[in-house]
Design a protein. Structure first.
Length: 292
């Protein structure tokens, strides 16, 4: 048995090194399953891995992608997801209800991990509000009575984006520039400062989030689309900084909230054999991109 996969052998821009290749699959043993990959997302972190700028480098050669939707192929007796098929160890797969929305599943697990300890009335601020993770956070937070302040970059369709995010459950949607205005002081006169800042961007954007956290709050870094370090102001040294690099325990988080509480974010589908170009990371970070 074999499959085709988008594979790379060194680090550079995706358009320069990613190749569609045929691969042999290992034999299916008693404790493994053969799966057919139906679709896989293209996220900024995937592009960063190919470029060699991600915090956890893959072993080379590597197949692109970290998450995907697969169907188990019945039989008689470090995986990349940008491929058509794979053989997995039995312990590495989790059986899901047929009605689980595939596009929301991975992001929902991460979002639940972020907000599960907060109570109604708490506030969370996040700086990648147009990403799948942050959209899952705002929906789960709304269902739990948690306020969210959602930061987006200015763009031509800003009004439509704000309306869409508020329809999902966002309490407030603001531009990055607003983080530096007196408008934030007015906002915190009627609600507590955030206990949690979710940083998916890094750089100056993350530093601005720190200015608005309450004393004793936490900032969690789960991504770094800006590819810039975070500068911590001296007055914010009583803030806890955390990094999420390993995936959450999906089997546990799946039981914490009905999947129907989270709807899918916008996603553009491209053919599986199309090699992502150098702009794929930007497109993935501004709505969604997936191989199908």
């Amino acid at each position: 048995n074999g499959c085709t996969a988008l594979l790379y052998r060194n680090h550079e821009e995706p358009s320069q090194i990613v190749q569609l290749e045929s691969m042999e699959l290992p034999s299916v043993g008693a404790k493994s399953v053969l799966v057919k990959l139906l679709a896989a997302p293209v996220n900024p972190s995937h592009i960063n891995m190919i470029q060699g700028t991600y915090a956890i480098p893959p072993d080379l050669p590597a197949v692109g992608g970290n998450e995907g939707v697969a169907q188990v192929i019945p039989r008689d007796a470090g995986l990349g997801t940008w491929r058509t098929a794979a053989v997995l160890a039995e312990d590495d797969v989790i059986s899901l209800p047929r009605l689980t929305p595939a596009l929301t599943l991975y992001n929902m697990c991460i979002a639940l991990l972020f907000v599960c300890e907060f109570i109604p009335g708490d506030t969370v601020i996040q700086n990648a509000a147009n990403s799948g993770v942050d959209q899952a956070v705002m929906q789960i937070a709304a269902a739990r009575g948690i306020q969210t302040i959602n930061v987006v970059r200015d763009r031509p369709d800003l009004t439509q984006l704000i309306d869409r995010l508020k329809a999902m459950g966002a309490s407030h949607v603001i531009k990055e520039e607003t983080l530096r205005w007196d408008e934030m002081k007015e906002l915190f006169k009627t609600r507590p400062r955030p206990k949690l800042a979710l940083n998916g961007v890094g750089g100056k954007s993350a530093t601005e989030l720190l200015h608005h956290l309450q004393v004793g709050g936490s900032m969690v870094r789960y991504g770094g689309m800006a590819k810039q370090p975070v500068t911590v102001p001296v007055v914010r040294l009583f803030i806890t900084l955390k990094t999420i690099l390993q995936g959450p325990t999906r089997a546990v988080t799946l039981t914490m909230l009905p999947p129907s509480a989270v709807t899918s974010h916008d996603c553009s589908q491209v053919p599986r054999d199309q090699i992502p170009d150098d702009s794929a990371g930007e497109e993935a970070g501004s709505g969604g991109l997936g191989l199908a």
